[in-house]
Unconditional design. Structure first.
Length: 280
């Protein structure tokens, strides 16, 4: 498992039962984060028709995988299936859902209204947009709750989400489409930057292995500096850019017409529209 970040929150205090429906990339990442932060494996049931090898290995630690029969009502149900599979997955949750249950959705595009229509009436629901670094405790999740969520349930949701990184709550669900485009999809943008920087280094004559290491360590180090520094990104960029130097020469290209800012704005706008389309 990847290294954990020290400041993510422990989960030893979680005493309920948790059902994870769909343990793909995001659901699996969050499960890894919860277990690493002290969530008792025996408190977790995972429902996944195509469990990964890693997920099957977790059963040796006490995680229940695809039980043949329902084992009572769950305190928390986390839904991480693909949006197109949402209707059937939510319908199957009824035997596991009590009026006191909390349903946490990590599905892209599926609104609170959709979830409320598909789940038993009166259920407390939190819709979230997490991201992939949740598996190492460095994710960020934005969440919105329906009116049925109590303060205690909101606290439970916050504890689960905070075990995987930073948490932000909003009362405006409409913001989640843009959140999806920025932080939900954002890790892929960073990975693409690493790919592009590696390819550029190779084109400049560096060996492939060294190119990949330079790109990876530079992006990881710059990200950590950005996280720790009280300075904003623009100031940090200016501080590393000497007038008429090599960095300035490169930034003339990256910040010029059709450069990174334009491309990123266009990309985020397109991803935001796609999130709205998925919501129907």
């Amino acid at each position: 498992m990847a290294a954990r970040i020290k400041d993510s929150k422990p989960l030893e205090s979680f005493k309920g039962s948790l059902v994870l429906v769909g343990a793909g990339k995001m659901g699996g990442a969050m499960l890894e984060g919860w277990l690493a932060r002290g969530l008792a494996p025996m408190a977790v049931t995972v429902l996944d028709p195509q469990p990964s090898k890693r997920l099957r290995e977790l059963t040796k630690r006490g995680v229940t995988l695809n039980p043949p029969a329902v084992r009572g009502k769950a305190s928390v149900l986390v839904v991480g299936v693909k949006p197109q599979d949402a209707a059937s997955a939510l319908q199957s949750l009824e035997p596991r859902t009590a009026r006191t249950s909390l349903v946490v959705s990590i599905m892209a595009g599926r609104t609170l209204a959709f979830l409320q229509d598909a789940l038993p009436q009166g259920v407390a629901i939190v819709r979230t947009v997490p991201n992939l670094p949740a598996s190492i405790g460095r994710g960020i999740t934005v969440a919105v709750a329906n009116k049925r969520v109590s303060e205690a349930q909101k606290k439970t949701a916050t504890e689960l989400l905070a075990a995987c990184g930073a948490v932000e709550w909003t009362a405006d669900e409409k913001l989640l489409d843009a959140v999806t485009a920025v932080s939900g999809s954002g890790p892929a943008y960073v990975f693409l930057l690493a790919e592009a920087l590696t390819a550029a280094a190779i084109a400049a004559g560096l060996p492939a292995e060294l190119s990949a290491r330079l790109a990876r360590e530079t992006i990881a180090g710059a990200g950590e500096l950005l996280l720790r520094s009280p300075l904003d990104a623009a100031t940090l960029r200016k501080n590393v850019t000497s007038p008429n130097g090599t960095t300035a020469a490169a930034l003339e290209v990256l910040m010029g017409p059709g450069g990174v800012e334009t491309l990123m704005s266009t990309a985020v706008a397109k991803a935001t529209r796609r999130s709205r389309e998925l919501a129907g």
